[in-house]
Design a protein around this ligand. Structure first.
Ligand code: GTB
Length: 221
């Protein structure tokens, strides 16, 4: 019996961070690792991402995408949700607990990630503008508001709602975008929470797999 063909995702052929876990294929890789689903990776260049063949998979010309048989998906959150729905381990069986875990997935992507992304744009894209120095503290304070609220909700729990779920996976992936900023360190329970996520063997396998792509390659391209 031939083995079923694993799903294929796309990832950067060259990454600005050299594969240190920031690009959004990382959260998809992590979800696969959590549920024990093998996957293939097709690396795409920045040029290829904007070509019609890739845009047929991803209308915005980005990574990650997901292909399995005649199903093609884009959006890391939708892909993680798809994986979590089809395999045990990332969403609870109880209907209400499952709905709450899905709510945390949305909270990670719709409430926490936008101000964090705004900070990256403020630094990387707008960093040389004359007004950047005035704007950045405002952006960072908006992040602090959300982190304070999240920190209050998490309290001293290990995970956001009972057992580790796809909600935690996305939340940790989003919070990790603050690594090196010092902002997360202001919230010890959130620092400990992200460290707990990073310590999961599935996270480690995903991180190592993403990093391995870039071994010996320059970080951008
Ligand atoms: N909402 C979409 C999703 O969640 O899947 C966003 C997808 C997205 O932003 N993809 C980025 C992309 O393809 C890669 S993840 N960018 C190329 C383009 O738009 O042309 C963003 C990212 C990339 C690299 C780093 N890094 O190296 O630090 C961090 C984050």
């Amino acid at each position: 019996m031939p083995l079923p063909t694993p799903p294929t995702i796309t990832a950067f052929e060259r990454s600005p961070d050299g594969g240190k876990g920031r690009a959004r294929d990382m959260r998809v890789r992590w979800a696969f690792e959590e549920v024990g689903q093998p996957y293939d990776v097709r690396l795409v260049s920045f040029t290829e991402m904007k070509e019609p063949a890739h845009r047929a998979l991803h209308p915005f010309g980005q990574i990650p995408t997901y292909e399995e048989g005649d199903l093609a998906l884009f959006e890391s959150g939708a892909i993680v949700f798809h994986i979590a729905e089809r395999h045990a381990g990332l969403l609870p069986d109880d209907a209400n607990a499952r709905a709450r875990a899905i709510t945390w997935m949305f909270a990670a992507l719709n409430t926490m990630e936008p101000p964090i992304l705004d900070r990256e744009i403020a630094k990387l894209v707008e960093g040389k503008k004359t007004w950047s120095e005035q704007r950045l503290p405002l952006v960072e304070d908006r992040i602090r508001v959300r982190l304070g609220e999240l920190s209050g909700r998490l309290g001293d729990a290990d995970w956001l709602d009972g057992a580790f779920s796809a909600g935690d996976l996305l939340m940790v992936a989003v919070l990790l975008r603050l690594s090196g900023s010092g902002i997360l360190d202001e919230y010890p329970n959130l620092s400990a929470y992200t460290a707990r996520g990073q310590a999961r063997p599935a996270f480690q396998r995903a991180f190592d797999a993403q990093l391995a792509v870039f071994a010996g390659r320059p970080p951008t391209g």
